[in-house]
Design a protein around this ligand. Structure first.
Ligand code: ATP
Ligand code: MG
Length: 240
């Protein structure tokens, strides 16, 4: 049996030795609109369809309805996967039961503690093996100091790695090309950068594997397309 989780995104897995190593945390970074959420949806949907694995999509950035609608644009029916128990889409902004503080209630924020409690509870009845957190940037808004955020993120990352889940953490990049809090990349085992560039009137989406522990990965920048059916990476084409 493989010790990796394939994304089954055409052209991607071969860049990273077949997929994400089991039990790792993988950062999917990029500026707004760079297809981070779409990448996360593919990871779970393909895992369910092709590998019969159960996935959890924790969304704080967008509502559940917005995620369903975006997927529909690619002819992906998330609700039928939910009905089959293969996928759980959880709107953290609406999660009230597990709330531990007034900030969460008032502002629709979520702390790492809340996420952790939720996951522990979930894993006691589901057999989920794949997780997407969309986004770690949004969870970070809960914390008033970077110091506290840093501590809580490290703690959460440690727990995630022992939970049996192979996780994608979606993280926004600022216009300087840095992660919002400057610490997200340190807790992650890998970092995938999605981006776009336009030169001489040509607009191209790009994907680069910036780091990946336990893996001999391709470090080059590759173009990818967002087609009607979703993301397609060109592993043989290199930019720059
Ligand atoms: N049906 C479609 N066909 C082709 N491209 C599409 C289709 N629907 C959306 N797109 C494009 O796919 C991209 C996917 O965006 P996605 O929401 O995954 O990006 P994101 O990086 O998560 O953005 P954000 O930072 O705003 O959350 C959009 O920028 C849009 O241009
Ligand atoms: Mg998104």
């Amino acid at each position: 049996m493989s010790d990796r989780k394939a994304t089954h995104i055409p052209g991607f897995d071969e860049l990273v030795g077949g997929g994400f190593a089991d039990g790792t945390i993988n950062l999917i970074t990029g500026p707004p609109g760079s297809a981070k959420s779409l990448f996360g949806i593919h990871y779970l949907v393909n895992g369910a369809h092709m590998d019969d694995e159960v996935g959890i999509y924790l969304t704080l950035e967008e509502s559940r309805e917005s995620i369903l609608r975006a997927a529909k644009g690619f002819s992906i029916d998330l609700e039928s996967l939910e009905k089959d128990g293969k996928l759980f889409i959880v709107d953290l902004g609406k999660m009230r039961m597990e709330c531990t503080s007034s900030e969460e209630l008032e502002w629709g924020l979520a702390s790492f503690d809340t996420l952790n409690d939720f996951l522990k509870n979930h894993l006691s009845f589901s057999s989920a093996t794949r997780l997407v957190l969309d986004s770690v940037t949004a969870v970070g808004l809960y914390y008033k100091s970077t110091e506290l955020l840093r501590r809580e993120l490290f703690k959460f990352a440690r727990l995630l790695k022992t939970s049996g889940l192979t996780s994608l953490m979606i993280s926004e990049l600022t216009s300087d090309g840095e992660t919002r809090y400057g610490i997200e990349e340190f807790v992650a085992d890998s970092m995938i950068k999605l981006d776009y560039e336009s030169s001489s009137g040509e607009y191209r989406r790009t994907l680069t594997v910036k780091k990946m522990r336990f893996t001999k990965h391709d470090p080059l920048k590759h173009p990818f397309l967002v087609m009607d059916t979703g993301i397609e990476v060109s592993p043989d084409e290199v930019i720059g």
